[in-house]
Design a protein around this ligand. Structure first.
Ligand SMILES: *[C@@H]1O[C@H](CO)[C@@H](O)[C@H](O)[C@H]1NC(C)=O
Ligand SMILES: *[C@@H]1O[C@H](CO)[C@@H](O)[C@H](O)[C@H]1NC(C)=O
Ligand SMILES: *[C@@H]1O[C@H](CO)[C@@H](O)[C@H](O)[C@H]1NC(C)=O
Ligand SMILES: *[C@@H]1O[C@H](CO)[C@@H](O)[C@H](O)[C@H]1NC(C)=O
Ligand SMILES: *[C@@H]1O[C@H](CO)[C@@H](O)[C@H](O)[C@H]1NC(C)=O
Length: 360
């Protein structure tokens, strides 16, 4: 068995449903979007990090992106950060901070910035040895952007822009992978509590920098990723990790209720990635999926014994696969996930969905 919990990140969220009679907003202005987290939302950050191996800027990644271009996204095309941005009125996700920095942090930052970095987690130790950008570091980068915005727009206008912007965060899976990878003996309850302490700290930092609207995406059933299924002789999910994912969601639900009460003017939307994804795994035909256990791009059993690479096996009907590679959803799955976060009902996103959050 190679790949001893090869870290990265995961995400796969999904949907059944729809709807909530969408709020009709005449006069809807596109909010700026600031995106934080791991590879589920990374749109190329790690390609700018010379020291990390956790990257996706090579084929077959990007094979379904315009011009079949590998962009650093861990996907055959776009990811959920792109589809969410699209639903909120933009063409795709804002550019990575490290890309904008190279270009001199000019205008494009007004529509938002993407700070997400593959293999990062809530804890600073998560992914540290992989030389990625931790959540704490991502927030420092945001602080720089805020400083630059203030120079251009002034204090008052910056405050208004940030208060109406959406802050999307997708993180937590890598911390749980790290726990298992390190065979930690910390009590699970204490471990989840430590993740919540870190989350609270990150949300408060962003709030203190002017963020008010938080779109939070919790941890999917990570034990069902192809990379983890190969630890189960039946190819079934690695259940103990799913237990952690469920505990993470319910603790996060409690934390956000508490924080929104404490931080005046804070609004949030919490996407239940666990429910969305398990629903797809249990009822694949409802979503036109044929394969929900194996990777589209990879090698070996379940195409999950080696990562996606130019010499891996590539599936042909990518829209019938839930998983693109060992850890990540396909473009089609990411689109379903984003649509559910945006328009979904209370079984998938609470207390309001992302459309309501954006419009508020
Ligand atoms: C649209 O929004 C702007 C700024 O919030 C407001 O001044 C204007 O009256 C609104 N227009 C309509 C038609 O609601
Ligand atoms: C943005 O802020 C950083 C840190 O304060 C500064 O070094 C940089 O020059 C600023 N860039 C622009 C375009 O204002
Ligand atoms: C796992 O252990 C390694 C080696 O001791 C350490 O560098 C890393 O920070 C640990 N990871 C986590 C998530 O605790
Ligand atoms: C392996 O998968 C089966 C379902 O196929 C499940 O019942 C079992 O609990 C799983 N084992 C582990 C160790 O997660
Ligand atoms: C469902 O999958 C088939 C291929 O198996 C494809 O031809 C069809 O367009 C898909 N339908 C939708 C709604 O995506």
């Amino acid at each position: 068995m190679y790949l001893v919990f090869f870290y990265l990140l995961v995400g796969t969220f999904f949907t059944v449903s729809q709807v909530s009679s969408a709020i009709i907003t005449i006069n809807f202005t596109t909010p700026a979007i600031f995106i934080f987290g791991d590879s589920t939302a990374d749109v190329g950050t790690n390609s700018f990090l010379p020291k990390t191996k956790i990257r996706a800027n090579f084929p077959y990644n990007g094979i379904d992106f315009p011009n079949s271009r590998p962009t650093g996204r861990f996907s055959n095309g776009f990811n959920s950060a792109d589809y969410l941005s699209k639903l909120m009125g933009q063409k795709r996700s804002p550019q990575p901070y490290l890309f904008l920095l190279k270009a001199g942090l000019r205008k494009p930052m007004f529509r938002g910035v993407n700070f997400a970095s593959g293999a990062s987690g809530l804890l600073d130790v998560t992914g540290k040895h992989l030389n990625i950008v931790s959540m704490s570091e991502q927030i420092k980068q945001f602080k720089t952007v805020r400083g630059n915005l203030t120079l251009v727009k002034g204090k008052g206008a910056t405050k208004n822009i940030l208060a109406t912007s959406v802050f999307a965060i997708s993180v937590g899976s890598n911390d749980i992978f790290g726990y298992f990878e390190n065979r930690s003996t910390v009590d699970p309850t204490i471990f989840i509590a430590s993740l919540m302490t870190a989350y609270e700290c990150h949300i408060e930092s962003l709030y203190n920098l002017g963020a008010r609207k938080f779109g939070i995406i919790s941890v999917p059933p990570i034990g069902c990723c192809p990379s983890q299924r190969i630890f189960n002789v039946t190819g079934g999910c690695f259940e103990i990790e799913n237990t952690f994912a469920r505990a993470f969601h319910s603790s996060l639900d409690t934390l956000l209720k508490k924080l929104s009460c404490k931080l005046s003017g804070m609004k949030y939307s919490l996407g239940n990635s666990y429910e969305m994804t398990i629903n797809v795994i249990n009822f694949p035909q409802l979503f036109n999926f044929t394969y929900v256990d194996r990777a589209c791009c990879g090698e070996g059993w379940l195409n999950a014994e080696k990562p996606c690479s130019p010499k891996a096996n590539l599936c042909s009907s990518r829209n019938n696969y839930l998983f693109w590679d060992l850890f990540h959803p396909t473009q089609y799955a990411s689109k379903l996930a984003a649509e559910t976060l945006y328009n979904g009902g209370p079984q998938f996103v609470t207390p309001i969905n992302f459309a309501q959050l954006a419009a508020y």
